[in-house]
Design a protein around this ligand. Structure first.
Ligand code: FEH
Ligand code: ZN
Length: 334
């Protein structure tokens, strides 16, 4: 079968033919229908998140179950679309058993498509416990990108930011995750201000219900410092994290999602005197996978996605790196 594989030290994925995988007793074999592309792929290819072994990339997966392992429950149906929970939790460790399966520290566990074979391929084997049925009417490409580009902002805003009705939320950065973050916060009843450098992104955020949009260059003249309950930084650079510290209120929360740089500066005096909480956010839980698909099915979150042939994965990774992918890109197998 076709697979686009990460090879340590190589800057491009190796497009090759590999044996079709076989499911173990508690696994399913998915025929891939769509796989989302993510900036995290670029960090791996740049060697910033190094892996010692080769594997098929693609951690945003949607496919049809075409074969079930001998111990897999009858609840799982062949021919139905499923989305894959990329953190690939073990289900046994303390984190998995206490509602934090995105932080699973099971022995030898790795993420789907990041350390073990993923979805830039015709087929994928995953543990049956780590798939979620896609509600009817949701396309494979939407389902694929939702497994990260919706799950991550949802986890960050609802579970970690504890955003609720009338929360004042500032969303910094309106790429694939930030734009969905605006929709998540609006769906939770928050009053959302969104900021980005691109006016086209500001226009779309307005359409998605942001009550105020401000160009990042004009924040100082237009936003009141220390006035937001929750500030979500989807960029993660010095400039944006400094903005986050400027606009979060005393006792408020900054949720850091973006991996834009290896470190960001903490302004100690305001951080301490304002008693600001800084919360890292990583991906999301299996339970939250069910919740985001419900919101998408209800039309409350409309992920923006473009599609392209999977065989062109290296071209689209270059386009993503160059900032030329407008929303989120999902690859479709030939
Ligand atoms: C995956 C692995 C490591 C860092 C970040 C990510 C994100 O793409 C998951 O949301
Ligand atoms: Zn675990």
């Amino acid at each position: 079968m076709f697979a686009a594989r990460y090879v340590p030290g190589e800057k491009k994925l190796l497009l090759t033919d590999v044996p079709k995988p076989k499911p173990g007793p508690r696994d399913v074999l998915l025929k891939i229908r769509a796989a989302g592309i993510c900036h995290s792929d670029l960090h791996v290819l740049a060697g910033e998140v190094p892996f010692p072994n080769s594997f098929t990339m693609g951690h945003e997966a949607c496919g049809e179950v075409v074969e079930k392992g001998s111990d897999v429950t009858s609840e799982i149906k062949t021919g139905v679309l499923y989305a894959v929970h990329g953190p690939n939790p073990c289900g046994d460790c303390t984190y998995c058993r206490t509602g934090f399966d995105n932080l699973c520290n099971g022995p030898g566990r790795t993420f789907v498509g990041l350390g073990q074979d993923g979805a830039y391929a015709d087929y994928l084997v995953v543990p049956a416990r780590n798939i979620v049925e896609v509600p009817p009417g949701i396309s494979p490409e939407i389902a694929a990108v939702a497994t990260d580009a919706v799950l991550t902002p949802y986890h960050a805003i609802k579970s970690l930011g504890e955003v609720k009705t009338n929360s004042k939320v500032l969303v910094i950065g309106l790429g694939g995750l930030g734009m969905n973050g605006v929709q998540v916060a609006v769906a939770l009843g928050a009053k959302v201000t969104a900021t980005d450098l691109k006016s086209s992104a500001l226009d779309l955020a307005k359409e998605f219900g942001a009550s105020e949009v401000v160009n990042s260059k004009e924040m100082d003249n237009k936003l009141k410092p220390a006035s937001f309950d929750v500030v979500v930084d989807f960029v993660g650079r010095d400039s944006t994290f400094t903005q986050a510290q400027t606009y979060v209120r005393p006792g408020g929360t900054i949720v850091l999602v973006g991996l834009g740089s290896a470190q960001v500066p903490v302004l100690t005096a305001p951080m301490i005197t304002y008693q600001v909480r800084v919360q890292g956010a990583f991906w999301g839980t299996h339970q939250e996978m069910h919740e985001i698909f419900q919101l998408i099915a209800e039309g409350k979150i409309k992920p923006q996605v473009e599609t392209a042939p999977m065989k062109d994965v290296n071209h689209w990774l270059e386009e993503l790196e160059a900032g030329r992918v407008k929303s989120r890109m999902a690859l479709l197998p030939s």
